[in-house]
Structures are given as structure tokens and as C-alpha cells.
Ligand binder design. Structure first.
Ligand SMILES: NC(=O)C1=CN([C@@H]2O[C@H](COP(=O)(O)OP(=O)(O)OC[C@H]3O[C@@H](n4cnc5c(N)ncnc54)[C@H](OP(=O)(O)O)[C@@H]3O)[C@@H](O)[C@H]2O)C=CC1
Ligand SMILES: O=C(CO)[C@H](O)[C@H](O)COP(=O)(O)O
Length: 466
């Protein structure tokens, strides 16, 4: 029997969509899912969705699955991130041959990907970490693919990845080898960090609007914004969410206000600390999800708090400006983190190319991302651009008015606040850090630098000596 060109392990939400996408592009495919209690029909259910033109073989036996693949074997693992990946790799290894290629398409932590790549290299097996974005629909119709690893291995799987990826405005695939090692998963992790912020900003806008406007009206406002340069996939789906009803009830009003997460947002925040990069907005968006999960505490404490119920009178023009303002800072912080990661890990990442593969297929695709291809050229970031700087300088009052509305009405707007605060701090010539240095020197003799002296000169004061 003719062997399959490509293999997919894992037929969950993403694995089955990617598999159909691959098969629809004409590649002969083998798919595998473990057959555990309660999940025995994953493969047979999948096979029912395969059309007669697709060449797909389904397996619940890993050895048979691997034997069905032509060499070098090209296997995409699309399962839960974490230990499960190591478990599957351990099971695969004895079945593989020199030169075979494993691609991890899940949201794996990039440090694990660095390790796995090294371990597999010792076994003469290639390992690529591929960030996949686009959710269920994107995976089926054209995701954005951020690949990290060796160029030679990438070239072998590129025909499949490029064929299934979404296409940019010039019809080029939203798929690229971003760099070596776990750089693909690093870039996907930051993508998700940016995504968390974009989502939280919309949630805070909802918090402001919902006291004054109906769901239909909120949908209309967001939809109007989506006809402007603010247009994005997340804005589009959010406006649609407000219109969706079940049994005459708006679904949004029936959903418990506890946000979940699977880790990529908090990893992005932790890495920013390690790299000395400032990403206050991502941390704020992660913490907003955590606070939301303290539902019973919030319910208990909210009983003692009087709600003013004042007339909010939100200025929609200011809100639109504040949103535009905060998104610019979010993208700046996100790409700055990528830049810092690139420098620290020697990955030579191309920010403009990353923006390009994020213009279609992925969750944070937007008009602004399209413009970012230009703004991020030659290693530049947003705050190197005069137009961006002048927008931020000239529109402070819009975001201040919105923050004031939040303060007066007890509406938590922390992610908007962190955007503005970052802008204020980064544009302040003299910060009070001189006091921090004095305090450190006082209690710990940590020394300090002096204004007008050489950067390499450090001073110490005996603060208690009169
Ligand atoms: N959903 C999304 O929007 C996106 C998800 N991702 C990432 O893609 C990956 C898959 O996500 P998704 O498809 O949503 O997840 P699902 O929960 O839908 O599917 C999980 C898959 O992993 C398999 N699996 C879980 N544990 C093991 C194990 N120990 N050994 C073998 N197989 C295992 C499951 O098999 P079984 O059915 O037998 O349990 C199933 O096939 C994750 O890393 C996720 O973070 C990336 C981008 C978007
Ligand atoms: O990668 C994704 C989108 O790009 C996944 O949907 C991911 O699960 C989103 O993160 P979280 O579950 O933490 O909200």
C-alpha cells in the first residue's frame, strides 16, 4: 500500500481541523488518536468527516500509524501541552528512524521545546516546535504557523505547512521559520500574551458600556469600530457575541464571570521578568483573569460595597481613542518582549516577518497588524515611529477621561490603566528611582550612580553618619 506523506497524532479540536485541512490540500495523511476509555471513537468519528477525495488512514495503534508513513516520517503532534508530549515522544522514539521529523503544534512552553529538540537530536530525530494560531476554524481554513527549529527539517515539512496556512494580502503563506530551537513556541506564547490583552481591553470596554447600553447597542458600537482602522478579528467576534441568543436570552448574560486560562499568558509575564522586559499589560490581563476566578470572595466582599449607580455618561469618542491608545502600547510591549527574547537567546527574530504571518489566520490579526509589517521593519518597534508617538502624545486626554470614568464609577480598568501608566513612565525624564537607589544604598550598601559622573562610577554614602 502506498505510504502516507504526513501523519497527525491527536484528533482533538485542533488536530482534527488541521488534519482535514492537510487532507483537503491533497496530501495523503495518516491520523492517530489513543483509544482510552470514553475516547474510543475519536478516530472512527473523524473518519466519518473525511470525504471521498481525501486520502486518509485512521489508526488507534501507534506502531501501525508509524509504519504507514513514508520516510523521512513527518509527524505533527497536536495534543495537550506538558508531560503528555514527552510521553508520546517516548512511545514514538523506538518506532522512528534517523532523519524523521516530529513537529509539536501545541502550545508548549518554549523551554521544554529547547530541551526536546536537544534530546531528539541525540537520537538523530529532528524536532520542530510550531506555534499554531487560529482556533478550530483557523486550523481548518488556514492558521498562522510560527515554526522554530533547524532549517533543513523545516524545508522538508514546509510544503505541507505552507499549503495549509492562511494567506497574507500578497497571497504568501502565514507560515515562517521564525528561528532556531523553541523560538516558534516562544513567539506563539507572546502572541497569546498579546491576545490576552486584546481580550481584556474589550472586556473592560464591556464593563464600562454594559451599565449604559444594551447588548444590541454594544454590538453596534463595536461593529462600527470594526469598520475603522480598529478592525480586528477579536473585535469582530466580540461584537457578534453580544447578539447571540439561546431561548430568547442573550448568552453573554448567562455566562459565569470566571475566566479560565491554559498558561501561555502567565508564561509570557514570567519570561518578561526573566528578560528584564516590561509587559505590564500582559501581567494585568493575566491577573484580571485570576481575580475573576475568585468569584465567591468577590461576591462576599461586594455586599459591603455601596454602588453609586451614577450616570456614567461615557464619551464614546474618548473610549474609541483610549482603545486605540492601549492597543498601541500592548503591541509595543509584546513586540519588545519578542525583541528581548531574540537578543537573549540569539534567535535573530524578524519582527516585521512575525507581524506578516500574524496578518491572517491567527487570533490577533487586525488592520493594525497589517500596518505593523511596515512599522516593525529593520528591528524598529512602535515607539520608534513618529506617527505613533504623536498619536500617543496628542490623545492622552481621551484615555484619562475613560480612566476617570472608571475610577468614579468603581469599574476596574487595570489593563487600560497600565497602558497609560507605561506611556507616562516611558516619557518621564526624571523618575523617582533616585530614591530607590538611596534606600538600597542605605540598608544594603548597594551603591548608586551620580548625575554628571561616568556611568561606570558607583558611590556609597554612610547614611547614618552625622
Ligand atoms: N483550542 C485552540 O484554540 C488552540 C489550541 N492549541 C493547542 O493545541 C493543543 C491541542 O489543543 P486542543 O485540540 O484544543 O485540545 P483538545 O482537548 O481538544 O484535544 C486534546 C488532544 O490531546 C490528546 N491527549 C491528551 N493527553 C494525552 C496523552 N497523555 N497522550 C496522548 N494524547 C493525549 C487527546 O486525546 P484523547 O482524546 O484520547 O484524550 C486529544 O486528542 C494544545 O497544546 C493547545 O494548547 C493551539 C492553538 C489554538
Ligand atoms: O492558543 C490559543 C489561541 O491562540 C488557544 O485557544 C489557547 O487555549 C488560548 O489560551 P487560554 O486558554 O489561556 O485563554
Amino acid at each position: 500500500m502506498e505510504k502516507s506523506f504526513f501523519g497527525v497524532i491527536g484528533l482533538g479540536v485542533m488536530g482534527r481541523s488541521l488534519s482535514l485541512n492537510i487532507a483537503n490540500k491533497g496530501f495523503k495523511l495518516s491520523v492517530y488518536n489513543r483509544s482510552t476509555a470514553g475516547e474510543e471513537t475519536m478516530v472512527s468519528d473523524f473518519m466519518k468527516n473525511v470525504n471521498s477525495q481525501n486520502e486518509v488512514l485512521g489508526f488507534t495503534d501507534l506502531t501501525e500509524f508509524v509504519s504507514s508513513l513514508e520516510r523521512p516520517r513527518k509527524i505533527l503532534i497536536m495534543i495537550k501541552a506538558g508531560n503528555a508530549i514527552d510521553v508520546v515522544i517516548d512511545k514514538l522514539l523506538p518506532l522512528l528512524s534517523e532523519g524523521d521529523i516530529i513537529i509539536d503544534g501545541g502550545n508548549s512552553f518554549f523551554v521544554d521545546t529547547n530541551r526536546r529538540k536537544k534530546e531528539l537530536k541525540n537520537e538523530c530525530v529532528n524536532f520542530l516546535g510550531c506555534g499554531v494560531s487560529g482556533g478550530e476554524t483557523g486550523a481548518l481554513k488556514g492558521p498562522s504557523l510560527m515554526v522554530g527549529g533547524d532549517k533543513n527539517a523545516y524545508e522538508i515539512v514546509a510544503p505541507v505547512l505552507k499549503a495549509i496556512a492562511g494567506k497574507d494580502k500578497n497571497n504568501n503563506p502565514c507560515c515562517t521559520l521564525v528561528g532556531d530551537e523553541g523560538s516558534g513556541h516562544f513567539v506563539k506564547m507572546i502572541h497569546n500574551g498579546i491576545e490576552y490583552v486584546e481580550m481584556q481591553l474589550l472586556a473592560e470596554i464591556y464593563a464600562l458600556l454594559k451599565e449604559e447600553y444594551s447588548n444590541d447597542e454594544i454590538a453596534l458600537i463595536l461593529n462600527q469600530w470594526n469598520q475603522t482602522d480598529l478592525s480586528s478579528y477579536l473585535l469582530e467576534i466580540t461584537s457578534k457575541i453580544f447578539l447571540k441568543k439561546e431561548n430568547d436570552a442573550y448568552i453573554i448574560d448567562t455566562i459565569l464571570d470566571k475566566a479560565g486560562n491554559k498558561g501561555t499568558g502567565s508564561w509570557s509575564s514570567k519570561i518578561a521578568f526573566d528578560l528584564g522586559s516590561v509587559n505590564t499589560m500582559m501581567s494585568s490581563a493575566v491577573f484580571a483573569r485570576y481575580i475573576s476566578s475568585f468569584k465567591s470572595k468577590r461576591t462576599q466582599l461586594s455586599q459591603d460595597i455601596k454602588s453609586e449607580n451614577s450616570n456614567k455618561n461615557i464619551d464614546l469618542n474618548d473610549l474609541e481613542i483610549a482603545y486605540r491608545f492601549a492597543r498601541k502600547i500592548n503591541h509595543h510591549q509584546g513586540f519588545e518582549l519578542i525583541k528581548n527574547g531574540s537578543q537573549s537567546y540569539n534567535w535573530d527574530l524578524d519582527l516585521s516577518e512575525i507581524a506578516r504571518i500574524w496578518t491572517n489566520g491567527c487570533i490577533i490579526r487586525s488592520d493594525f497588524m497589517e500596518r505593523s509589517i511596515f512599522l516593525l521593519k529593520d528591528g524598529k518597534n512602535y515607539l520608534d515611529n513618529e506617527e505613533i508617538i504623536s498619536f500617543l502624545k496628542n490623545n492622552e486626554s481621551g484615555i484619562i477621561n475613560i480612566l476617570n470614568t472608571g475610577l468614579i464609577n468603581r469599574i476596574s480598568l487595570n489593563t487600560f490603566y497600565t497602558a497609560y501608566d507605561y506611556w507616562v513612565a516611558i516619557t518621564t525624564n526624571r523618575l523617582p528611582a533616585n530614591l530607590i537607589q538611596a534606600q538600597r544604598d542605605y540598608f544594603g550598601a548597594h551603591t548608586y550612580q551620580k548625575i554628571g559622573f561616568n556611568e561606570n562610577e558607583f558611590f556609597h554614602t554612610n547614611w547614618e553618619q552625622s
